[in-house]
Design a protein around this ligand. Structure first.
Ligand SMILES: [Zn+2]
Length: 297
């Protein structure tokens, strides 16, 4: 499903790669019990199915400003060998959907990576004659320096002692080899700070914790604003319960602090919040709800 938002002079389009609905026990949220979600009735039906499955989505945002065509995050990609079976060897129509939206790959000028996890770098490359080649030949890929250095070091490790499921979910060495290294080798990467300005309407917002260089993306134009969360918030339930952390967070305490600061900053403002893994309708506003918050669509 393609969905579009207008923020001043900026048009934002969502291109979905995969949608899924998972039991809470498989959602990767620390300490979450299915009964906890019953306290948040506003999650049903968009974000929680009536029978208690948590909906999630992997998608990219296409951000068209008056100056720049920007893709924010690049999903899982096709043909990639992955340890998680339902992410391996995908054959989705993602690039066809991009073209149908008027975005042939050659027209993309910037790719912003909120971070370098497996589901945010996949379409950096496509398989051509057995080689991984850049999908967006004209694009500069913006990667936060701290994130790139962290994942480069992780990919080189031979003593990874993390639990097997965590190694499979991140699949660091494979992701580095087929999705990050080829764009680095092609000279298409700009290493940036986590508050980098991209153009007059778009800048990064530091929200590290999920990964060391994680950044959200702030869009401001004509007195309006939007923010793309990245994986600072995986599921809308974390807006109500910011202390529910992702098991994939590199630093859960930092992630929680960043989430609380983000909620405080954007609650009850006009800023459109676009969730990087929120299923349709994906965009909404953070509103105060007693001592906590909820997501209003
Ligand atoms: Zn993600």
């Amino acid at each position: 499903m393609t969905r579009t938002w207008q923020v001043g002079d900026v048009t934002i389009t969502k291109i979905v790669e995969l949608e899924d609905a998972v039991p809470p026990a498989r959602a990767g949220i620390s300490g979450l019990e299915p009964t906890d979600l019953a306290d948040l009735p506003w999650l049903v039906p968009d974000f929680l199915t009536p029978d208690g499955l948590m909906r999630m989505s992997i998608h990219s945002f296409l951000v068209e400003t008056p100056q720049t065509r920007i893709v924010v995050d690049t999903g899982l990609g096709n043909d990639k060998p992955r340890a998680v079976p339902h992410w391996s060897g995908l054959r989705t129509g993602f690039l066809d959907d991009l073209r149908a939206a008027g975005w042939p790959p050659g027209s993309v000028q910037r790719v912003i990576h909120t971070h370098l996890h497996i589901d945010h770098v996949g379409w950096n490359t496509v398989l051509v004659d057995g080689a991984w080649v850049p999908t967006f030949p004209q694009a500069r890929h913006l990667m936060v320096r701290a994130d790139l250095e962290h994942w480069q070091a992780q990919a080189a490790r031979t003593d990874d002692d993390r639990p097997g499921w965590l190694r499979a979910m991140t699949d660091v060495a494979a992701v580095w080899t087929d999705s990050v290294a080829p764009v680095l080798d092609a000279g298409q990467v700009d290493l940036v700070e986590p508050d980098a300005r991209v153009d007059s309407s778009v800048r990064l917002l530091p929200t590290h914790g999920h990964t060391p260089g994680h950044a959200s993306v702030l869009i401001e134009s004509g007195g309006e604003s939007a923010v793309i969360t990245g994986d600072l918030v995986h599921f809308p339930c974390q807006i109500a319960r910011p202390r529910w952390t992702s098991m994939l967070d590199c630093d859960q305490a930092e992630g929680t602090a960043a989430r609380e600061k983000f909620l405080e900053a954007f609650a009850d403002t006009g800023t459109l919040v676009l969730g990087t893994h929120f299923p349709d309708p994906t965009g909404g506003h953070i509103v105060r709800d007693g001592a906590a918050y909820r997501f209003e669509i």
